[in-house]
Design a protein around this ligand. Structure first.
Ligand SMILES: NC(=O)c1ccc[n+]([C@@H]2O[C@H](COP(=O)([O-])OP(=O)(O)OC[C@H]3O[C@@H](n4cnc5c(N)ncnc54)[C@H](OP(=O)(O)O)[C@@H]3O)[C@@H](O)[C@H]2O)c1
Length: 272
């Protein structure tokens, strides 16, 4: 596994983290045991960053259970999605309870919801030492101008945005601003973009990817992840999976050579 500094937080994060949307939203003993096994494999392979949210159903609770007794060196990022201060406090308190932690490493405002109202609440928790760092997320590239405004307030330590070989809008302004402000950058949906979940995988499946073998990449999912990490402003990509073999597949790309310029252009040609 390779690690990068999460911007001004100074935290060292695995370049492949783990998302929990859908994959951790499970009920029942067997399903929860399966998530435990996914987390075991992720930890074994050096993953130290897990991203979750109250909006992901059971995910926070199931992540809390899966990490019980093995939280050392693990970073938990969760979110708050509330439009007023009182509800935000209530949701944050629930997150502590579900995750079974006293301190949350990274609290992100989910999809910029009420960010001007909620940010002071997060700053209160940070001042008390209950939250270590603050972030902001949005899946809509149309919200990037507003996100840049939030980034420039100096309140936030990280951003979480979509960025992939088929959608490079982030490289135009928001990633350079993040770099300039030394903010950590998490990349959501690195494999299945929200508006057309299978577009990238379908696009790559039709092509001979043997030109990627010298870089340790043998599958479309690996190609997508390695493309994202070629941008050094990105701190980590946070793919989600419900399959153990894909934890292995996705974490393997952190080893091996980085894609050089000509390989990046060739991939962009496949998925313009
Ligand atoms: N607004 C926000 O803040 C926001 C929005 C979206 C996402 N997020 C965060 O970002 C994380 C990742 O986004 P996401 O879960 O939507 O999308 P993703 O990680 O890009 O894609 C997940 C899907 O890709 C499949 N997959 C994983 N590895 C694969 C591989 N190597 N080859 C082929 N398919 C693969 C998984 O299926 P299997 O389970 O079958 O492997 C799953 O259906 C989320 O879990 C969440 O933590 C945040």
């Amino acid at each position: 596994m390779h690690y990068r500094t999460l911007g001004r937080t100074g935290l060292n994060v695995s370049t492949i983290g783990m998302g929990t949307w859908k994959s951790f939203d499970v009920h029942g003993e067997r399903e929860i045991d399966h998530v435990h096994a996914l987390v075991t494999e992720a930890l074994r392979r050096g993953v130290n960053l897990f991203d979750t949210a109250p909006m992901y159903g059971e995910a926070e609770r199931v992540l809390g259970l899966a990490l019980k007794g093995r939280r050392d060196g693990v970073l938990i990022a969760t979110k708050v999605l509330m439009h007023d201060a009182r509800s935000a406090r209530g949701q944050i308190e629930e997150s502590f309870r579900k995750l079974q932690v006293e301190v949350i490493d990274l609290m992100q405002i989910h999809n910029m919801a009420g960010w001007q109202t909620v940010a002071p609440v997060l700053e209160e928790y940070k001042a008390k030492g209950r939250i270590r760092f603050l972030g902001i997320t949005d899946y809509r590239t149309s919200m990037f101008p507003e996100m840049i405004k939030a980034m420039r307030t100096g309140v936030f330590d990280t951003i979480q945005v979509p960025y992939n070989v088929g959608d490079r809008e982030a490289t135009r302004e928001i990633l350079p601003v993040a770099q300039q402000l030394n903010l950590g950058v998490l990349v959501m949906t690195p494999i299945c973009p929200i508006f057309d979940r299978n577009r990238l995988l379908r696009g790559l499946q039709r092509h001979d990817l043997s030109f990627l073998h010298p870089y340790g990449v043998t599958t479309p999912g690996q190609a997508l992840l390695k493309y994202v990490l070629a941008n050094t402003t990105v701190s980590a990509a946070i793919p989600a999976t419900s399959r153990i073999e894909r934890v292995q597949e996705n974490t393997t790309i952190a080893e091996g050579l980085a894609f050089p310029h000509e390989v990046l252009r060739r991939l962009e040609g496949i998925l313009p």
